[in-house]
Design a protein around this ligand. Structure first.
Ligand code: PEP
Ligand code: MG
Length: 536
């Protein structure tokens, strides 16, 4: 059989080879009673069973994965999800059929959404549907995946992903799917290569036995010829050897080939992201996204809760600088009770610092917690989505006031330096106008605003290119402003972890990059090779 080459979109980096497991959802079967009251009770019990099962799983995991499952718990706790099912049950339909009908309608709604973020959540609803069906029927509907397999499917649910052992290789090749789906986030966190958007996986006759997945370029080869396989295995061996070497070297500080010292900092979303990590792998923490605290609290986290979390992170860093970003809600990060629903273009709306200034009672609590935490290490506070100097100035006045109030109250505190994210082109073009203690370039937003190509819409992903000369020029402009004002500048968007861009980024004069912990080794290896074009 001739080998089949398919091109899709890279969703999680790395190379993998393995036997193909085609995923098809198994159907739950159960015997229904004729009594609507009994059927409704069975559905209620199944929903509660599924909810309790996920809640139990959450206790064993941390960080991003826990957030993903938390989303499913929140969906199951929302009565609106099951209401249509109860309605048809009262008209005499069996619980499993009623639930499937209701959820299938919900799933098609998510799949048809204009916003890729919502389309990407469809797999979670499929997951919820199947879990509840499993509880209704007593059958396990979550497909079991053998470790090391290349999972080929239309899409895959987070449960199916989490049920597999990814520690011995394996990869995911999806006909549909999205790089911003929860499964893609999980795959990146677990180091499983993933390619999405391959188009229909249809075979003439036998499904393929073996596949090669290239999560770096976004391509998959099914049933490779022996020579193709040999060349791929050679590439894989070289990549694995390079990664092993990089991991061994990742405790050492990073230097370019021509000897420039580059600071490598960490991006985290919760203290749990630091579990088991040796602080020596980094020069500090370049970005703490605090949205998780607000999402997890189901309301607004109080000052003591925030203080405890910030303090834990500072203590982990053992004197290395820690940059904590104030709440960046809005845009692609809605927070119940805080962000505005129904904005026509949330990325251009009341998000980041704009929202914090509009809700001073929320912002002040965060500024107080940060000032209290500042005595436990080297804290820097960073403001997101800054467009004009007045925003920084207003925030500085509020920080000063909270610091002064804490001192008057006799509470231990320090006034942390206040810097800005440079992620709006206006701020990049006029960076020197800001009285900022430091700059941190948010390449994710800077790219989407410069290229007018949203970060979460797959159809414009090609335009959303952080390596575009226009984006690099704005980065270079910001680095130059930092040099003139003699303040530090770092880059903490995803571009910092894209090793294809390392040389270009260092050529702008940047000497500090901040990335997710799993990508530190790769980045340090790329830095060690960069340098010849790295300018001054
Ligand atoms: C960015 O925009 O590059 C950034 C780091 O912030 P976030 O991805 O959280 O918007
Ligand atoms: Mg941003």
């Amino acid at each position: 059989m001739a080998e089949i080459h398919l091109i899709g979109r890279a969703a999680s980096p790395g190379l993998a080879i393995g036997p193909v497991t085609m995923l098809t959802a198994s159907m739950a079967r159960r015997t229904a009673s004729d009594d609507p009251a009994q059927e409704a009770a069975a559905l209620r019990a199944a929903i509660e069973g599924a909810r309790a099962e996920i809640a139990k799983q959450i206790k064993t995991i941390q960080g991003e994965v826990a957030d993903i499952l938390q989303f499913q718990v929140a969906m199951l706790e929302d009565d609106a999800l099951a209401d249509p099912a109860y309605e048809v049950i009262s008209a005499g339909i069996a619980a499993d059929h009623a639930w499937r009908m209701a959820l299938d309608a919900e799933i098609s709604g998510y799949r048809a959404a204009e916003d890729e973020y919502f389309r990407a959540r469809a797999a979670d609803i499929v997951d919820i549907r199947d879990r509840v069906l499993a509880h209704l029927s007593g059958v396990d509907t979550v497909a079991r995946i053998a470790g090391g397999s290349i999972v080929a499917a239309d899409d895959i649910t987070p449960s199916a992903f989490l049920a597999a052992d990814w520690s011995h290789g394996g990869a995911i090749a999806l006909a549909a799917g999205s790089p911003s789906s929860h499964v893609a986030m999980l795959a990146r966190a677990r180091g499983a290569p993933m390619v999405v958007g391959l188009g229909p996986l249809s075979w003439n006759g036998q499904p393929p036995a073996l596949a090669l997945v290239d999560g770096d370029t976004g391509s998959v080869i099914f049933d490779p010829e022996p020579e193709t396989r040999r060349l791929f295995e050679q590439r894989m061996a070289a990549a694995n050897a390079a990664l092993a070497e990089a991991e061994a070297a990742s405790l050492a500080p990073a230097h370019t080939a021509d000897g420039r010292r580059i600071a490598v900092l960490l991006n985290i979303a919760a203290p749990e992201d630091l579990a088991g990590l040796d602080p020596a792998i980094c020069d500090g923490i370049g970005l703490v996204r605090t949205e998780f605290l607000f999402e997890a609290s189901g309301g607004l986290p109080d000052e003591d809760t925030q203080y405890a979390v910030y303090r834990r992170i500072l203590e982990w860093a053992q004197g290395r600088p820690v940059t904590i970003r104030t709440l960046d809600a809005g845009g692609d990060k809605p927070i119940k009770g805080l962000t505005i629903d129904g904005e026509s273009n949330p990325f251009l709306g009341l998000r980041g610092i704009r929202l914090s200034l509009a809700r001073p009672e929320v912002f002040r609590v965060q500024l107080r917690a940060l000032s209290r935490a500042a005595v436990h290490g080297v804290l820097k506070v960073m403001l997101p989505m800054i467009a004009v100097p007045a925003e920084l100035d207003r925030a500085a006045v509020m920080l000063d006031a909270e610091f002064a109030a804490l001192r008057t109250e006799g509470i231990a505190c320090a006034r942390p330096p206040l810097g800005i994210m440079v992620e709006v082109p206006a701020a990049a073009l006029r960076a020197e106008d800001f009285d900022a203690a430091f700059y941190s370039i948010g390449s994710n937003d800077l790219t989407q605003y410069t290229m007018a190509a949203a970060r979460d819409i797959g159809a414009v992903a090609d335009l959303n290119d952080a390596g575009h000369p226009a984006v690099l020029a704005l980065i270079a402009r910001t680095v130059e402003a930092a040099r003139k004002r003699d303040v530090e500048v770092s880059l903490c968007g995803d571009a910092a972890a894209d090793t294809r861009l390392t040389t270009a980024l260092l050529a702008t004069g940047l000497t500090s990059l901040s990335v997710a912990p799993v990508t530190v080794a790769r980045l340090k290896a790329a830095i060690a090779k960069a340098g010849s074009r790295a300018g001054s």
